[in-house]
Design a protein around this ligand. Structure first.
Ligand SMILES: [Zn+2]
Length: 397
């Protein structure tokens, strides 16, 4: 059951992150050759996924989504991220003797490791490092980039103008062909007064001689850590924030407790996000459209195995109920400290919920023999083990 959902789950990422040390993925012990003993429904009944491609229903947001399709300009990692990384310093703030790549390789590695671990299919990353610091001609404070986003002092135009000015400086010396993400990084030791906000921008095309770049990260403020990079990179893939961002300073969890787009504590992506991004193998999702009772074996969503990771029950074009299994493995080992979030998670998706509130909300976290009713369906865990869980789904009205 869902019991105490407290302080540790308050999400803090938007253009920022908590300052915790980056969580590392723990090696996953292969699932033991245990399999469920109860009778399972025939998987072929749930293999037509078309009705489960829940549409994007947000009336306002056009560059990120909780539903299909992924907006144009966002990156499909199956065909590849092509990232250009440019280190920038200033006449009064030197990058020092180590190169931008030396200072920032860890973030590229963290992003690639995280997303590769989320995917059951191969992903492509190409990292293009500008070899030396590009020194801007004026003082760091002259560019108007200071001021913490969380203090309401963010000036988006100043960031966009800065990015385009930088591109104009390096364009003749850089082949941006195929580039779909630009990272601008700064020397260590920058203060929030100098560059206040860790920005991701997916709403502006940055123009180069070889074409436009639709996604930008500017790594400013006190928030330069791997968690922030991984979260903001998720926006470049088209994912939206799945928490309450209306209160800039607090960013309440809003009924969701998992996934890097909610918080970095339990960052394994929801099975819904994996489906949206094309990260699942052909048979790893069940789409339940019939009203007959059914039983489904779900392996933990963080597992490296190739079994079914989730069931989607579509309710209409923009709403669904989704089920997955969460265990303290992979990037989710911190779940050990919060047993109430370990188990079979039943959550709702309503893609019409506009940006700033989460479109996915946990209904309940079920242990063995526990059940919950939601929107005309009953969900019950009828078997549980190292293999994951078996869930019985019954339409009740
Ligand atoms: Zn965000």
């Amino acid at each position: 059951m869902l019991r105490t959902l407290t302080a540790g789950m308050v999400a803090v990422l938007l253009l920022s992150s908590c300052a915790s040390s980056p969580i590392e993925r723990q090696p996953i012990e292969e699932l033991k050759p245990y399999v469920p003993t109860v009778e399972l429904s025939d998987s072929s009944e749930f293999s037509d996924l078309e009705l489960c491609r829940i549409k994007d229903g947000d009336p306002e947001l056009t560059n990120m989504t909780a539903g299909f399709p992924i907006p144009e300009g966002r990156i499909d990692l199956r065909t590849g991220a092509n990232v250009h990384i440019i280190g920038v310093d200033f006449v009064d703030k030197s990058g020092g003797p180590t190169s931008p790549q030396d200072q920032n390789q860890i973030y590229a590695d963290s992003i690639q490791s995280f997303y590769e671990a989320q995917s059951s299919v191969p992903l492509e990353f190409q990292w293009n490092w500008y070899p030396e610091w590009v020194t801007m001609p004026n003082s760091i404070n002259s560019y108007g980039l200071g001021g913490d986003f969380f203090a309401g002092k963010f000036d988006g135009n100043a960031y966009s103008n800065f990015a385009q000015a930088l591109i104009n400086i390096v364009d003749s010396k850089t082949d941006f062909s195929g580039s779909n993400f630009l990272f601008i990084v700064f020397p260590k030791g920058i203060t929030s007064e100098e560059i206040g906000t860790f920005l991701v921008n997916t709403q502006t095309d940055y123009l180069t001689d070889e074409g436009s770049i639709p996604n930008l990260i500017m790594a400013g403020g006190d928030y330069v850590d791997s968690d922030t990079y991984i979260h903001e990179f998720g926006h470049g893939l088209g994912l939206t924030d799945i928490r309450d961002t209306t209160d800039i300073g607090n960013q309440n969890s809003d009924g969701m407790y998992y996934d890097m787009m909610n918080n970095p504590t339990y960052p394994e992506l929801l099975v819904w996000h994996r489906f949206l991004l094309g990260f699942l193998g052909d048979s790893q999702l069940h789409c339940k459209t019939s009203s007959d009772p059914s039983t489904h074996w779900l392996i933990p969503v963080a597992s490296e195995a190739t079994g079914v990771k989730g069931v989607v029950v579509p309710l209409n074009d923009t709403e669904a109920i989704i089920v997955e299994s969460r265990r303290p493995i992979g990037y989710d080992t911190r779940l050990e400290g919060n047993p109430s979030l370990i188990g079979t998670v039943v959550y709702t998706l309503d893609s019409k919920i506009p940006y700033h509130r989460t479109p996915v909300k946990v209904v309940d976290v079920l242990g063995l023999e526990e059940s919950v009713e939601v929107m005309g369906y009953s969900f019950k865990v009828i078997e549980s083990g190292a293999f994951g869980a078996v869930i019985e789904i019954v339409k009740i009205q």
